[in-house]
Design a protein around this ligand. Structure first.
Ligand code: PLP
Length: 443
């Protein structure tokens, strides 16, 4: 192993003589291809450098006159780190809180085996905003559905009385709950599952937004079913919004069969869909809900499961835990992420700006009916799906948008999701729409 020397900050951050500010987009790509896990295929020829404002990034693209160098351009953030940055990049309230607590309050790092004072602030804020009795902090988004799964099983055995090892968890086809073994066991996406088996047993899938299939399954196996784990709106599947009355019917069925309704709000939570949590759009209250992403204010990975006393109450010391789940910095960040959600009225802005964006999409659909098939969304979780056709490829649209200064990424080839910061302003929405219209017109 060679000696390792690390010096400097930002562009001057230098690893064994290689200074970041000297690397071209091609250099970054080569380093990632050579040393990374190759589990992503990022957009080509662009490297994000820093933040310009809450909705705008500065990125580096190859210098047309010198391939070894780069130029810097503005990029409107239309993806928002898959809805982890609802509060906007470097939200000042959250940044100030982090800096203040680290420097002035001498924030400690301690695990849960000793109490720290910020946990109380976290628990009071989260139970208040979610309207739930109890909350368990975790770290990555995927840990939320993972814990929904574990809690469901234990509740199934200890409260519902399902015979040992016979519990069934129901999930929806097309779901995305992350990449852990449990999450891919819940998934029907072969790209995420291939050669990772054997999978976690005791899972049944039903089509999303199909109440009859759910009813049939509950009628057949309800006594062994512990929970239905479901996203209120399927984000990764391409922003699939269920019928208005789907979840009221789901909730009634769950109550009838004594089955928990466990909602994965990792992507839809924290104002994204025009309500603080998307289940509120459908007028239902789940027994359990998992949040992640924007729970960390765009700065830290923070997730949690909140739920009813009867369900979270099945946990006992040692049955769950996480070194960094709810540690002081995560607690502070999460409290301020919630403060911003409330005080900066993120859900309301998502509703207003989302309606503006959807109106633009509808206009484009009328103008280009042969190119745009469907427009979907709630709040600022929006997407347009293109008609089938070789020239109507989502990846091509993402690349063209990049050229127009908008960062967005296709999902499932033909759908492009647009989910900007919830602090975005009207003129920025118009700019995003204009860029998209230019790209669609050119296809
Ligand atoms: C609904 C949902 N659940 C869970 C996850 C996993 O979150 P993470 O990638 O932060 O682990 C995601 C990520 O996109 C998601 O959309």
């Amino acid at each position: 192993m060679s000696e390792l020397k690390i010096t400097g900050y930002g562009d001057d951050l230098t690893i064994n003589g290689t200074r970041l500010g000297d690397l071209s987009p091609a250099d970054h790509e080569n380093i990632e291809k050579e040393k990374g896990g190759r589990n992503y295929s990022p957009l080509e020829n662009v490297v994000v450098s820093h933040v310009q404002d809450s909705s705008t990034l500065i990125c580096r693209k190859p210098d047309p006159d010198n391939i070894k160098s780069f130029i810097e351009e503005e990029l409107i953030d239309g993806l928002c780190c898959y809805s982890a940055v609802n509060q906007g990049q470097l939200n000042q309230t959250i940044v100030d809180a982090v800096v203040h607590h680290l420097t002035k309050e001498k924030l400690p790092t301690v695990p849960r085996s000793i109490r720290h004072k910020y946990m109380s602030a976290f628990l009071m804020s989260v139970t208040n905003i979610t309207g739930m009795d109890r909350v368990v902090p975790k770290v990555a988004g995927v840990e939320a559905p993972e814990l929904l799964f574990k809690l469901s099983r234990r509740w199934g055995y200890r409260v519902k009385g399902i015979p040992e090892n016979e519990a069934i968890i129901v999930a929806a086809k097309g779901n995305f709950h992350g990449r852990s073994m449990t999450a891919v066991s819940l998934s029907d996406d072969s790209v995420a599952r291939d050669d990772f088996g054997p999978f976690v047993p005791g899972i049944e899938l039903v089509p999303f937004n199909d109440i009859d299939s759910l009813q049939q399954l509950f009628d057949e196996k309800g006594s062994r079913i512990a929970s239905f784990i479901v996203e209120p709106i399927q984000g990764e599947a391409g922003v699939i919004v269920p019928d208005d009355d789907y979840f009221t019917k789901v909730s009634e069925l769950c109550k009838k069969h004594n089955i928990l309704l466990a909602m994965d709000e990792v992507q839809t939570g924290f104002g994204r869909t025009g309500a603080n949590f998307a289940h509120q759009l459908f007028d239902v209250k789940p027994d359990l809900m998992g949040c992640g992403k924007a729970a960390g204010g765009g700065l830290l990975p923070v997730s949690f499961v909140a739920g009813k006393d009867e369900v979270i109450g099945v946990l006992t010391p040692g049955s769950e835990g996480s070194t960094f789940g709810g540690y002081p910095l995560a607690s502070v960040v999460s409290v301020f992420a919630i403060k911003v959600l409330v005080e900066q009225k993120l859900a309301e802005n998502a509703r207003i700006r989302g309606a503006q964006l959807i109106r633009h999409f509808e206009d484009m659909k009328s103008e280009f009916p042969d190119k745009i098939k469907e427009v979907r969304g709630r709040g600022l979780l929006t997407a347009f799906e293109m008609q089938k056709g070789k020239h109507l490829d989502g990846h091509k649209v993402s690349l063209e948008l990049l050229r127009q200064g908008v960062y967005a990424k296709e999902t499932h080839h033909s759908t492009v999701r647009i989910a900007p910061a919830l602090t975005i302003e009207a003129w920025q929405i118009d700019n995003i729409a204009e860029a998209i219209r230019n790209v669609i017109a050119s296809l």
